[in-house]
Structure formats: C-alpha cells, structure tokens
Design a protein around this ligand. Sequence first.
Ligand SMILES: C[S@@+](CC[C@H](N)C(=O)[O-])C[C@H]1O[C@@H](n2cnc3c(N)ncnc32)[C@H](O)[C@@H]1O
Length: 478
Amino acid sequence: MSLFDQELMSRLNTVISASIGIHCAPERFGDLEKALVLAARDLNYSDAQQFALKLFQSSLADEEIQALVRHLTVAETYFFREAKAFAELEAVLPDLIEEKRVAGKRLRILSAGCCTGEEAYSLVMLLTRLIADLDDWQIDIIGSDINQDYLAKARLGIYSSWAFRGVMSEPLDQLKARFFSEVESGNFAIEPRLKDMVRFVYLNLADDYLIYEKQLGTEPFDLILCRNVLIYFDKPLIKPVLQRLSRLLRPGGWLLLAATEVPSAGEKVFADYLRPRLHNDVYLFQRVATKSASSDLNVVPSLQNELDYGRKLLQQGEYAASERILTKGLEQINQYGNEKRKRDSKLQKQFLELLVRTLSNLGRFDDASCQADILVRLDNRYDYLYLYAVVLSESGRTSDAKELLKQAIAQKSDFIAASFMLASLALHEGDKHTANGYLQKVRADLAKLAPQSLVECTDGTSVQELLNIVEQLVNGAQ
Ligand SMILES: C[S@@+](CC[C@H](N)C(=O)[O-])C[C@H]1O[C@@H](n2cnc3c(N)ncnc32)[C@H](O)[C@@H]1O
C-alpha cells in the first residue's frame, strides 16, 4: 500500500524536481516513494512522512539533496557510449583543434552529468588519437555530476569489464593495453597520465548560472557533452539548463546532446545561441557569436523593467543574477529623495518582496530576514508578514515566525497558508493537539473554496491538493 496518495506524490515530485531537476512520471511514483523512504532512513527521520513534511517546509539542505540523489539517479554509462556520437565528434573536432593550436594549445571540455567518469575518460582517449603532440597541450577536461558517490568512483578511475561494453572504436584489448592497467581480476585502472587530464567536480545542473561559474570557472569551454541527463528532468527546467550550458561555451564551441533529450528542449534556445548540426542522427550544436546574457543585464532601461527582469530570473532559478538586479534597483530607489521614494513605494515593496524570495532561495536566510524586516516596516500587510514568517522559520526562529503568523491571521482570519504553517510548525515540535486545531481550521477554510482554485501564498497549490495533504496530516496527528 502507498504511503502517500497521488496528489501528495505529485507535490513531492514538484518540490524535489525544483531542487535537483529530476522528475518522475506518475507511473514511476513507486520508485519515487521508495527513494523517499530510503532517503528518510539515511537522514534518520522517524519515517518518510516526517521527511516529506520537511520537504514542504523548506528548501533542501546539501545532505538531503545527496540522500535523494543517491536513490533517484541512474548510473547507466560506459566508455564510448553511442559510437556514432563519438564518430561525429571526430568529424568536427579537427577544425576546432587546429584553431586552438594557433591560439595557444589549450582545450576546455565539460562532461556534464558525467556519472562515474566513463564519458570524460572516453574524451581523453579520443583526444590522444586526434592530437599527436597532446603532451604539449594544456587540456582541462571536467566531469561534473550531482551524485558525490559517482564522482568518487570517477576520481578512482577503476572499472570492470562491463564499463567497456560499448567500445567499438578500436579492438578492445588494444584499448585496454594502451590506456589501462589491470589491477585485479576483471578490473582496470585508467593510466595516471590520462587521469591527470580530468577533474571531477560537483555541479547540480538545476542550480543557477553563477554556481556553474563558481564550480567550473569562468573560462569558456570548447566542447560540452550533456547526454542522457536531461531526459530525467522536469520539462520546464530543460531549457534553462541548455541556456546555461550554451553560455558556458565560447563562440564556435560545440554542445553534444543525446538525441532523446533534444526535442523536449524547445526550439528557441537553439535559434538564439546555437546552430544545430544534425548528421547520422547525432545532434551537435555550435555556439554562435551573440550578445551574452550578462550583457543583457546591463541594458535594462527602467526600474519597472529591472523589476520584471529580476522576477523572470527568479522564476528561471537564476537566483544570484536576480539578486544582483534587484539589489541594484533598490539602491537606485534608496537614492531618491523622500517624496519620490514615497511615490514609488509600491515599486520598492515589490523589489523587496522579490529580493526576500531570491535570498531565501540562495539559502541566505539572515539576509532575507533583514530585507523582510524592512518590507514589513513599510507595510505590515498579512502576506508580507507571512513571507517574513517563512524566512524566520527557515532560519530556526520558529517562535518569532509563529508570532508573525498569528498577526497575519489577526488581519485575515481565513488566511489558510498561515494556519497551515502554524500546523506544520506545531507538528514539527510534536504538539499534535495544537497542530490538529490548525489543521481543522485549514480544512474548514478550504471547504469554502472551489477545489481547483489556488490557495493564496502557496506558489500554486490547489485547494484540492492542500485538502489531500491536510487529510493525511490529520490522520498522522491523531
Ligand atoms: C544516465 S547518467 C548519464 C551519464 C553519461 N552522461 C552518459 O551519457 O553515459 C545520468 C547522470 O546525470 C546525473 N544527474 C542527474 N541529475 C543531475 C543534476 N541535477 N545535476 C547534475 N547531474 C545530474 C546523474 O547523477 C547521473 O550520473
């Protein structure tokens, strides 16, 4: 029997995919539930329901991401996976290599979602074939992945025969003899010379662009592979990932995707930044020279535009960039005289609200609470009080949060989100009696609304969805 009903699974699915990209189709909800149970056990939660509640209450901490990723990611990979893709790389790379030879013999390559490293090491092997004087080059190949266990295995560089199941480029024995040494029966260690050309780093592709740059450096890449990763992603998240990857490329650089993930990516990203090259069913995209997205940041002409742009970046998950835009806008407003600032106070509040959300998404709850404090001093209306309460509870100041929630309910007695949060906080503290009282109130207030309408201040939760969650919690709280 299922621990959670379909509605709740679907909410959990959304919360998880917002953090790690991976999204399960309804027919895989069984796997998702299994992953939740195992992750809850790894994290020492008393049961999966407690973990689920935590997922609804706040953004995921690193160890929670790892616990989920451990049970949700797929480790399917092998050397020279999809031989024809490597054949197409062999066709386009010689020109790029000649260009780079003239420009100082440096190459930067990324294998995004590299899993246990086979793809990144395949690229090194390919380069040894394409570049005769490879030792004179500065080669920086980065394999990145969200799963730390896979990265550890990649850094170790020891593989069983199973990892060679796709090798067709040269006789298998020859390849093993050239690039590996046998370490124990059936296992092969990649040669140190090749291993030294590859670095493995943690990167969650669902994070925003500044995190990409922080983890990978700002020097542009000549080639990026991202294969069999985005097929597991929630559709709306695919395009922003491709945009970020294309921003990492230098003009003229190449992006290789697996054919399965291309159609779901949407058309525009390719039209704007990337010129497709389709040959032999292999999709390669070449970055065309265009104004960079960072130069876009400098051409915002008015405060209203800055606000809209900040909101868009926030929705796209580009939190660091949205912080920059919103802070700049607020600085501009702060330079106004008192009268003009008063006239623009609505705009100022909108900036502050978005900044609070952005800083929370960045996990900077102290900064977010400073801005939320300014916001409620300007206007202590119930939804701002609620936002402030969410931030305070994220930073562990639950009694202050409860106080604000009660003030919000005093203004708006049927403020469902606030009552629900008070119930959640009480449940978290083990106070089932208080939790039950608030849950009953939420249930009664929800009953007055149409099932498909959205509950205010919940980022798109419908009345019916919340009712289902409440039913489950009421059962748990009794
Ligand atoms: C099926 S493997 C593909 C490996 C390799 N690219 C290939 O094609 O053989 C998918 C990889 O994507 C990684 N992955 C999943 N979600 C990710 C995310 N949000 N950020 C980075 N990597 C992710 C998984 O950990 C896994 O290693």
